[in-house]
Design a binder for this molecule. Sequence first.
Ligand SMILES: Cc1cc2nc3c(=O)[nH]c(=O)nc-3n(C[C@H](O)[C@H](O)[C@H](O)COP(=O)(O)OP(=O)(O)OC[C@H]3O[C@@H](n4cnc5c(N)ncnc54)[C@H](O)[C@@H]3O)c2cc1C
Length: 486
Amino acid sequence: MSNAHSWGRLDKKRRAIAPFTPSIRATGKDSYLAYGNGRSYGDTCHNDRGTLLSTQHNNAVICFDRENGLLTAECGILLGDILQHLQGSGWFLPVVPGTKFVTLGGAIANDIHGKNHEKRGTFGRHVTSFNLWRSNGSQVQCSALEEAELFAATIGGMGLTGIITRAQIQLMKVASHFVEETKTPFASLSDYFDVEKEFSAASEYSVAWVDSLARGKSFGRGILMRGDHTFQSAQPDYRKPRLTVPLTPPISLVSGLPLRLFNLAYFHRNKRQNSSVSTHPDSFFFPLDVLAGWNRLYGPRGLFQHQCVVPQETARDVIPQLLAATHSAGQGSFLTVLKRFGSLNSPGFMSFPRPGYTLTLDFANRGQPTRQLLDRLDAITLDAGGRTNPYKDARMSADTFQRGFDQWQKLEQFRDPALQSDFWRRVVSPSAADTAAATIAATRNALVAPPLETPVNQAAKGEVHKPQLQPEQDNYSAHPAAMGPK
Ligand SMILES: Cc1cc2nc3c(=O)[nH]c(=O)nc-3n(C[C@H](O)[C@H](O)[C@H](O)COP(=O)(O)OP(=O)(O)OC[C@H]3O[C@@H](n4cnc5c(N)ncnc54)[C@H](O)[C@@H]3O)c2cc1C
């Protein structure tokens, strides 16, 4: 057993986990789920009634075509390791999230987005093909031309259609990994929408930090950060975290006065109009990675993240309503991020982004009052025609999910019957899920050979079980591929 947490650390459960190998074949009743690096916030990376299959040892770069910018790698490689590998090559990942400690498989399964959704869409748009392990032991090669439906179901399919063993991605040509960053303060949310409209189209990257605690005249103030890759010749080494939070404090340190002071200081430090500076990619894309285990600062009860997207037409009214709801509930968000999503479609039909604006809020878990606030945020989002992000979530209702993602039944049809997650059990009525799984299993049973003894089914029986991750250890340091200079 291992404490394979998700990033919210909302519980202290120990979970069955075994290494994934493509030779595994599932037995009748067992259920599994791929576990990348646990950077999802809630329960999309958990399967408490089954066994997690850790991909962390499947982390090799298989092939890099420097001329055409095509990279093929195993699914457990971290995006940070890919970036380190690409250093000096003139190529960059076209989409990166706010942390580099995400695996390639996790990036595809959640079809992640970056600060350039308007320009590049989601990660899945740049995936040219992948191999998908299915629980009958087969491997299916998927692309937009081959097994196209399974390809579309897997991108954003939250690990439910199979386990991606390797993938090929089309990289983005850049002069340098460094970014010329420009910060522009805005005095209110309506100011943000004007400033963003005026400046963002010209830049590759754009994201705003909002001082979610400011009230009165300063309500909705913040800093818009834009960036483009520079032409500078220096090549960055991607860094390991400089500091670590070694222990979980007994109470959340991310609330009250410290939170207020942080927001105040951050705004005043960055408010110098249109200051422009060449920035290391670690600082521009992954500022939080400098402090390993920062999620522990939220204390033993962990944190919830809420990310929603609302259509452009309603955003000017709805984003202030969402912030106001956090004020009325008396719960501050430590990091509040506002971005625009563009209209480039994802190949995945379950992908979270859609055109509009996306607001991300982090809350220390205070139990029922926090859950009530999150329900309120969901309701405002749904009323505005938006939806809540599943892979940041740990509690949304089945109704909220199903109204936001009207193609969920299609994903259920493509779900491998031996794969399941706590999230999916929660948001899909168990009876509907069981019926669909039984139909799929019946048509597929003929293909499944008798079970083999594998590390996984031995592990599931309790015969082999080496913890993959140690208590209170940051997942990153446990990852064998951990790259970069020390
Ligand atoms: C600080 C921080 C910043 C973040 N910023 C962003 C952001 O800007 N944009 C964004 O979109 N997300 C962001 N995220 C969320 C994160 O990018 C996603 O949750 C990502 O999918 C996590 O990847 P992982 O490798 O840790 O996978 P896990 O969290 O372990 O798993 C995620 C899902 O992928 C599935 N999975 C994992 N590997 C495979 C595989 N090989 N085959 C099939 N399925 C697989 C799992 O079953 C699970 O459903 C952020 C998270 C953190 C902690």
